[in-house]
Write a protein that binds this ligand. Sequence first.
Ligand SMILES: [Zn+2]
Length: 119
Amino acid sequence: MKRSPLKRKKRINSISKKRRQLSNDEYRFRQAVRERDKVCAKCGMPGQSVHHIKGRSYPSLWCDPENGLFLCELPCHAFFELHPGYADAWVRKNRPEQWDYVTKHIKNRYGNEKYEAKK
Ligand SMILES: [Zn+2]
């Protein structure tokens, strides 16, 4: 069957839709984290999504790969989002270099007060 030009156009649009929703910095951040971790950082299954160790309260970390973890969507990413205290403890234990980097950055840039308030 011959592919209609209309169908092809639609498919191209759907592929690039996700890409267009992200800024270049966010896109590069996600790519860098995926390439570094390759699989879910927690369980080793194929990864699907990039988790921010510290969220939007710290805009200067939003696109920093040191603040990212590649995770499977279920159960690991969902669990981290539901249990931020557990997620922090996991990162501190299993990714100590990333945890140190992120917490030092927050202390230096935002000060202890905000860091303490948001932990
Ligand atoms: Zn996982």
